[in-house]
Design a binder for this molecule. Structure first.
Ligand SMILES: Nc1ncnc2c1ncn2[C@@H]1O[C@H](COP(=O)(O)OP(=O)(O)OP(=O)(O)O)[C@@H](O)[C@H]1O
Ligand SMILES: [Mg+2]
Length: 272
């Protein structure tokens, strides 16, 4: 194995192994009549330690399925997923996976603080209240620790869900449209917050999003999927330096890349 060259002032790409490796992944689901439909076909992808990858593509192209395969919530029909040279199930068992999924609700009968500290209980560890408080502060929820989910806004619930996913210092963070249901302003604000959390913790992250600007703002690399069956259509290296500020979103380069990706995702370009 060739040792990766270290980048000055950064430990993000020093490790020589890949963080996530998808090898010839295909996934089929059996329908009601017994016929199987292929959702994902021939996906090969390697993600470096500390890299932030965004997955975008049309609805139904298999983004959530791909994330579930990485999280060991589904087993691929073909191919192999390895995470830090281990089986995903092994990483899940060690509670090294941080997950905030599309429909991942907070438990309504627990306070925000109890919800955020839940991973400790699930891992049968004593709750580290100092860490719970640190993460609540990091996502701006320090004053809402004792509120119930029904008493806070949608954006606050999303922040709580992200704080919860970071609780056990995950090696890998999987986020499935964590800001999907939010208004544009709150979403932009949370994008900036997520970037600063990620810059501080440097966790390998896979984010599924429908927001092209969100993907460009946050990711090192964007994987564009096409549908029926889900395949990698294009991989884009995002050329913008970090840290990225909201003014980046007003630059001509940012708009150019946004337009390019938006066009790539338009259904008309898929029909030839
Ligand atoms: N458990 C399942 N059983 C059968 N079919 C499934 C299952 N999960 C997903 N599918 C099908 O697989 C396809 C891909 O679904 P998936 O949820 O991965 O898409 P997606 O890209 O995340 O879509 P969206 O952007 O709308 O969230 C869809 O056609 C869906 O109906
Ligand atoms: Mg989805």
């Amino acid at each position: 194995m060739i040792a990766a060259k270290s980048v000055e002032g950064s430990t993000r790409y020093q490790a020589s192994e890949t963080a996530v490796k998808l090898n010839g992944i295909s996934m089929s689901y059996r329908g009601k009549g017994g016929a199987s439909s292929t959702v994902l076909a021939g996906i090969d992808l390697e993600i470096s330690p500390g890299e932030f990858v965004a997955l975008i593509g049309p609805s139904g192209c298999g983004k959530s399925t791909l994330l579930k395969l990485i999280a060991a919530l589904e087993i691929p029909t073909q191919g192999r997923v390895t995470i830090c040279a281990e089986e995903p199930r092994e990483l899940a068992r060690k509670h090294r996976l941080g997950v905030a999924f599309q429909d991942h609700a907070l438990l309504p009968w627990l306070s925000i603080k109890e919800n955020v500290g839940l991973p400790f209980k699930l891992a049968r560890r004593p709750v580290d209240n100092e860490r719970v408080e640190k993460l609540l502060a990091l996502v701006g929820l320090a004053h809402y620790a004792n509120a119930k989910p029904s008493q806070v806004s949608g954006g606050m619930k999303q922040r709580a869900s992200i704080a919860r996913s970071l609780m056990l210092n995950p090696s890998l963070l999987l986020l499935d449209e964590p800001f999907g249901a939010l208004d544009a302003v709150t979403r932009k604000q949370l994008n900036i917050e997520l970037q600063s959390i990620w810059t501080e913790q440097k966790i390998t992250t896979v984010l599924v999003t429908h927001g092209v600007d969100e993907a460009i703002f946050l990711a090192d690399r964007i994987i564009v999927l096409e549908a029926n069956p889900g395949r990698i259509r294009e991989v884009i290296n995002v050329p913008f330096e970090r840290p990225r500020s909201s003014s980046l979103m007003r630059t001509a380069e940012f708009h150019k890349l946004t337009d390019y990706l938006t066009e790539l995702l338009e259904p008309a370009t898929n029909v030839t």
